[in-house]
Write a protein that binds this ligand. Structure first.
Ligand code: 7TS
Length: 424
């Protein structure tokens, strides 16, 4: 591993006050994609909430897997199949340890957060009946809304939505009032992708558990930005995507408490999820394989394992403090611009800043920024109910990762000043 992440913080990067032991320039050297010009400007990649970039260690792990080790898993007697199985199961162990799950039986590989939530809706959902309730919040991504709406259509279950305030914070009292006798699951995001709000997930889980209700946490926007300990949280399910944590696309995981996963019926049928098949009946495999039908994304797992190793080397606490610093810097600089409103001003926020500029459509903001090398996302961010709550069609959104710098935020602010002058 040619990692440069263990270097002491000898470089004071711009005016960035990096945490001790954290050298952002050394980290950036691990990310080949960051070193390019876009429209004549250095790329400022401020769209990590949509997808993070990958360090060379992850790219190399995937390339090494396909160059030396590829075969199908869990079935071969030959050497390559054993190697591929070791890599795939090794990644499961890395993920287990990263989130401090008790056992690898609790780590189910999926295509990502979306599939992880759909898996729970399709399996746990089978035993729900008309009138049972699922409780979500008003700040969910479509992935944590639509699977439940589809379940409601199939089963006659009812979707309850805990409201948020004008800052984009969950109204905890209102949430608690909605925990009822028919609530069968709370499904709530750890961090809002559109607003950046960090939910008080420990309190949410404790409160739901006091009523005997299991909790699914959508961890898509949290997993790469703070340390996550599923045992300390005491959650029942935790869903996340590899591509939002420096790993490849097309893979992610569902953590599930083993005792609860054991009660779930199979999700999809096919190879790997069975022990025996005959026309007189089929027996299912043990966890987690029972919930992973078919040939999995083995190369994806190789990359995800490398991504987890990389994040651990950088250190989740370093990542959280560096990003908190960027968030404060960006929020202050944006608030000082004329006609700019921040959308989402929760007291506890992650590295996401959503905003609107008077008289400029968010898509035009995005286009002008792209002309200046700055990548942000514009639109509803797959959270249309959030936009409806704030009475806006969309926002411009900058989102940060540990490889971002203050200089990139300055580049965005300069381009925004220009946009404001252009559209004035
Ligand atoms: N949940 C949250 C909170 C998200 O932010 C996203 C993706 C998902 C679920 C779905 O993840 P997937 O990997 O299964 O697609 N969020 C975003 C975003 O903010 N911009 O692009 C994708």
């Amino acid at each position: 591993m040619n990692s440069s992440v263990n270097h002491p913080a000898t470089v004071e990067t711009g005016r960035l006050l990096s945490p001790p032991g954290f050298d952002v320039e050394a980290i950036r050297r691990d990310f080949p994609i960051l070193h390019q010009q876009i429209n004549g400007y250095p790329l400022a990649y401020l769209d990590s909430a949509a997808s993070t970039q990958r360090p060379i260690q992850v790219i190399d792990a995937i390339s090494r897997y396909y160059t030396h080790d590829h075969a199908n898993v869990h079935r071969g007697v030959h050497t390559l199949s054993h190697r591929a199985t070791d890599i795939y199961e090794g990644a499961r162990e890395s993920v287990r340890s990263f989130i401090n799950a008790r056992s690898t039986r609790e780590i189910v590989f999926t295509r990502g957060t979306t599939e992880a939530i759909n898996l729970v809706a399709a399996t746990l959902g089978q035993r729900l009946t008309a009138g049972d309730e699922i409780l979500i919040s008003a700040m969910e991504h479509h992935s944590n809304i639509v699977p439940w709406q589809m379940l409601c259509e199939r089963k006659g279950t009812i979707l309850r939505v805990a409201p948020i305030n004008d800052q984009g914070e969950l109204l905890f009292d209102e949430f608690e009032k909605l925990l009822g006798k028919r609530t069968r699951l709370v499904a709530i995001t750890h961090v809002s992708n559109a607003l950046g709000s960090v939910n008080p997930v420990r309190e949410i889980i404790a409160s739901a558990h006091a009523h005997g209700i299991p909790v699914l946490i959508d961890g898509a926007q949290a997993i790469a930005h703070q340390s996550v300990d599923v045992q300390a949280l005491d959650c029942d399910f935790y869903a996340f995507s590899s591509h939002k944590m420096c790993g490849p696309t097309g893979i992610g995981a569902l953590y599930g408490r083993e005792a609860l996963l054991e009660t779930l019926p199979p999700y999809q049928g096919g190879g790997d999820m069975i022990l025996t098949v005959s026309f007189s009946g089929t027996t299912y495999n043990e966890l987690p394989y029972r919930l992973e039908a078919g040939t999995p994304h083995i190369a994806g797992a190789a990359g995800l394992g490398a991504a987890v190793d990389y994040l651990r080397q950088v250190g989740m606490d370093n990542i959280a403090s560096h990003e908190a610093e960027l968030l404060t810097y960006a929020s202050n600089a944006l608030s000082a611009l004329p006609g700019l409103q921040l959308v989402g001003t929760a007291a506890h926020k992650a590295g996401v800043v959503s905003f609107n500029v008077d008289g400029i459509h968010p898509h035009d903001v995005g286009t002008v920024l792209d002309q200046h090398g700055v990548a942000i996302r514009a639109g509803h961010h797959c959270a249309m109910p959030v936009m409806e709550r704030f009475g806006i069609p969309g926002t411009a959104r900058a989102s940060f990762a540990f490889y971002n710098t203050r200089a990139e935020i300055d580049q965005m602010i300069d381009a925004l000043r220009l946009a404001i002058r252009m559209f004035a």
